[in-house]
Write a protein that binds this ligand. Structure first.
Ligand code: ADP
Ligand code: ZN
Length: 431
């Protein structure tokens, strides 16, 4: 059940001691090797010796996305390029891509983290795995690949795209697991339906989906359409890539963080102090075993909460809830804060639509107006304009009942919205 029981189930006192030891080591390392951190630590008059308890992490300065952009591409690298054997960059969802660099040891620990995830999902050596995450600069493809190699699975490295071929290979090569973003999984499911291939009748049984926010409702919809168990994998380029957090076999309610590698904090988005256990805030990570580019208190902009209950799987690693959204994607409409994931879960209550949607923000006079564009099911669309208007009104009142604001709903025909091959673009800001 556990890939690495020693760490995944380590008694908490030992885990905290391990974290403190490695945090001190990392702080000393970047103080010595990365001028950006040397300056920051000197300014605060702080060094590794000031860390006596794991909570002393709060004395350390933050690292933010702009620090990585200002030091693009390799300014935060602690080692000469001679020691670097891998270079990746984030998908650039929210601006200039962010780079990460890896030594052999960094790649080994990344593979270890991903292998733990895969093992927890039930992936074993005998599995054939279709990896439809993009191979390349994006960390998804190769990150999963390294973990799959470590377990010894038969890997089908399709990368993302050429969706018809993805379906054909699901049928011909009979993989038992599929890795992709959840939105691309939906694109594949749709293509299979078009091709009259019933994925539910194929040997595929595990979906390893992540890299973008997706709701519990989206998860159930994909599971039903593909006849699989869909599990959530979480990660970010700045730490390594996928493999930072993983769901275990005990229900699909939260992801364990690989805490021997990454210290997680959840902080109030205004005060930057820890929120009370179980409350939502911004996820902050410190990598404590990396060589090439460890980051101290990196503010991810992802909003989630710790799950306070101990997990019955035996892992002592803390669990985070699903990512609610990114602060970048948060919309403020009529003074109400809205994340796309909230709208997504409301749309799942409406049986006349498919879960293909975009949120368009436009200026209307002085005000911001939110347009929820969503695809009607074919049979609903075909019923004509009057039915479509009724469905739009129904969605509007459902959203209004739940979050108190009125949105414009734009019901469009099936396949109107461009399909995702990687991360879906949910917000279109036309202001
Ligand atoms: P970016 O998307 O910022 O260009 P990355 O490709 O490194 O950069 O993606 C990391 C980000 O993707 C995370 O910070 C988070 O917002 C999102 N993400 C990754 N995995 C998940 C997941 N399982 N659920 C929700 N969001 C995720
Ligand atoms: Zn668990």
């Amino acid at each position: 059940m556990h890939w690495n029981k020693k760490f995944e189930c380590m008694p908490l006192d030992q885990l905290k001691a391990f974290q403190l030891k490695n945090l001190k080591k990392t702080v000393a390392w970047v103080f010595d090797k990365v001028p950006f951190y040397t300056r920051k630590f000197k300014k605060l008059g702080i060094s590794a010796n000031d860390l006596k308890h794991i909570d002393d992490i709060s004395k350390l300065p933050f690292t933010v996305k702009n620090d990585l952009r200002d030091n693009y591409p390799f300014g935060l690298c602690a080692l000469p390029m001679d020691d670097i054997i891998g270079i990746h960059a984030s998908s650039g969802t929210t601006g200039t891509p962010i780079t990460n660099v890896y030594t052999q040891a960094d790649l080994d620990q990344w593979a270890e983290c991903v292998a733990r995830n895969l093992w927890a999902y039930g992936v074993r050596k005998k599995d054939i795995v279709q990896n439809a995450y993009g191979y390349g600069l994006f960390t998804g493809g190769l990150g999963l690949h390294y973990g799959l190699l470590k377990i010894g699975c038969s890997i089908i490295p399709t990368s993302s795209g050429i969706t018809e071929r993805q379906v054909k290979l699901l049928k011909d090569f009979k993989p038992t697991a599929l890795c992709s973003t959840p939105s691309y999984a939906l694109t594949i499911a749709e293509k299979a339906e078009e091709m009259n291939i019933d994925i539910r009748k194929l040997p595929l049984k595990i979906g390893i989906f992540g890299a973008e926010p997706w709701t519990r409702e989206m998860c159930s919809a994909i599971e039903e359409r593909m006849g699989i168990t869909a599990l959530n994998i979480f990660g970010l380029t700045e730490m390594c890539g996928p493999g930072v957090g993983y769901e275990c076999s005990v229900g699909q309610n939260g992801s364990h963080i690989n805490e021997d590698h990454f210290i997680a904090e959840i902080l109030d988005t205004k005060t930057f102090k820890p929120v009370p256990m179980g409350e939502k805030g911004e996820l902050v990570f410190t990598s404590i075993q990396r060589q090439a580019m460890p980051l101290i208190r990196y503010r991810t902009k992802d909003i989630t909460r710790f799950i306070p209950e101990k997990c019955s799987c035996g892992r002592t690693f803390v669990k985070i809830d699903r990512i609610f959204g990114r602060t970048d994607d948060m919309l403020i409409i009529s003074g109400v804060n809205i994340f796309p994931s909230q709208i997504e879960s409301f749309l799942f209550d409406i049986k006349e639509v498919d879960p293909q949607y975009r949120l368009i923000v436009r200026k209307k006079g002085y005000l911001d107006k939110l347009i929820v564009q969503v695809e009607a099911r074919q049979e609903v669309y075909d019923k004509g304009e009057e039915t479509r208007k009724q469905v739009e009104a129904k969605i509007n009142s459902h959203i209004k009942d739940n979050i108190g604001i009125s949105v414009d709903v734009n019901l469009v025909k099936p396949k109107f919205i461009g399909r995702s091959l990687g991360k879906a673009v949910r917000v279109v800001d036309e202001r």
